[in-house]
Design a protein around this ligand. Structure first.
Ligand SMILES: Cc1ncc(COP(=O)(O)O)c(C=O)c1O
Length: 391
């Protein structure tokens, strides 16, 4: 009887086990408090550029409102292949490109393509939690290999990574530049990781959604795209969300070996049958005409990173590594060991909404994340408030 009434007992076991997002928890608490400065989510504060919006309007006028092939509108796939080829200086064919309904959907498609229940995925963390839970929804096991702060920099311990991978991993998930730490894998590290994965037949899923948001004189993060041959077990995830201010549009793409194209088309069909057609047409314009916008955003985010780093690291109790990419400050507060409790306290006492480090896995305990994709005025106000409470 109880069994019958307890409907949640009947649902998929992996789904029933999924934890609630701590970032959403904070957002739910914070949105009811007047005057809170919300820095919990990871998105820019500016709307989509006008030329991209106009492209979507034009596409609607041109009746781009019908079903299209599951791997995406051919002209968008061509634009993506040209964009990737120009960016990384090597020829990439359209036969490697599948359009997805966002980076998140790209991650899910990649996992669905390669993972069976029980497979082990090694993930470099702290990490945006969706990348872990998406694997767990599919019944895969996840193991986090932690980045460590060494001499004021985030570092990957390659020995620990290879030990975890060598112990029966089917896939590696790597996000560089990383959300939340701003860590960026250097070319030499990527070469070593790629060589290990190739030698052991391990899939590499590389989340490159922040590839263009890098600082200190760089314009592009090193990527395994530069190393992999078309038939290597490598899937790259990209998104229009961060560099083109298109978070709400839900548009991204995967770069994969050509022989995955049909599997990705079938999975797209059974998930969601692809992003809206007129949105895909706007994506073509974003890629072909968006370079000036991407360069402006990168420069603006760098200024804000510098401001946040300068001000936060001047506070006595705060320790922070200068992020090399993405748009997050990930910092620790001396004497604080419960990130979630501290985040709640700051919400109430300082009126600033941050994300607790534990939202990015146990390895994030002791840290807080602030998304600095906001105006300098708002960042200064938030840091003034933090300073008053954290002193
Ligand atoms: C590391 C990482 N990957 C992927 C995404 C997905 O972005 P979207 O689904 O908006 O493309 C995000 C968003 O915050 C992210 O931080």
């Amino acid at each position: 009887m109880t069994e019958q009434l307890n409907k949640t007992a009947q649902i998929n076991k992996s789904v029933a086990k999924l934890p609630e997002s701590q970032i959403r928890q904070i957002m739910e608490l914070g949105r009811n408090i007047e005057g809170v400065i919300p820095f919990w989510f990871g998105e820019g504060d500016e709307p989509t550029p006008e030329f991209i919006k106009q492209a979507a309007v034009q596409a609607l006028h041109d009746d781009k409102t019908f079903y299209v092939p599951n791997n995406g509108v051919p002209e968008l796939r061509q634009a993506i292949a040209e964009y990737m080829s120009a960016l990384y200086g090597r020829q990439l064919g359209e036969d490697r490109i599948t359009v997805s309904t966002s980076g998140m959907h790209g991650i899910m498609l990649a996992y669905q393509t390669i993972l069976d229940p029980g497979d082990k995925v090694v993930i470099i963390g702290p990490i945006w939690p969706n990348t872990v839970h998406a694997a767990e929804v599919l019944g895969a096991r996840t193991e986090i290999v932690a980045l460590r702060e060494v001499n004021g920099e985030w570092k990957i311990d390659l020995e620990a990574l290879f030990a975890a991978l060598g112990n029966g991993a089917k896939a590696l998930f790597i996000n560089s530049p990383n959300n939340p730490t701003g860590w960026m894998a250097e070319r030499g590290e990527l070469e070593a990781i790629f060589a290990f994965c190739r030698q052991h037949g391990i899939w590499m899923v590389s989340d490159d959604v922040y590839a263009r948001l890098v600082y200190d004189g760089r314009t592009l993060a090193p990527s395994v795209v530069e190393l992999a041959e078309p038939d290597d077990r490598v899937i790259i995830i990209n998104s229009f969300s961060k560099s083109w201010n298109m978070t709400g549009w839900r548009l991204g793409w995967l770069t994969a070996p050509p022989d995955l194209l049909l599997s990705l088309a079938k999975l797209t069909e059974y998930n969601i049958a692809g992003p809206a057609t007129f949105v895909q047409h706007a994506g073509i314009v974003a890629l072909r005409e968006g370079e000036a916008h991407v360069a402006r955003s990168r420069a603006a985010f760098e200024e804000r990173r510098d401001l946040v780093y300068r001000r936060l690291s001047a506070l006595n109790r705060i320790g922070m590594v200068k992020p090399k990419g993405a748009f997050y400050a990930f910092f620790s507060v001396e004497g604080e060991t419960d990130s979630l409790a501290l985040t709640k306290r700051l919400l109430h006492d300082a009126g600033v909404g941050l994300a607790p480090g534990t939202a990015f896995g146990d390895v994030g305990e002791g840290y807080l994340r602030l998304c600095f994709a906001a105006s300098s005025a708002l960042l200064n106000e938030a840091i003034d408030r933090l300073e008053r409470v954290l002193g």
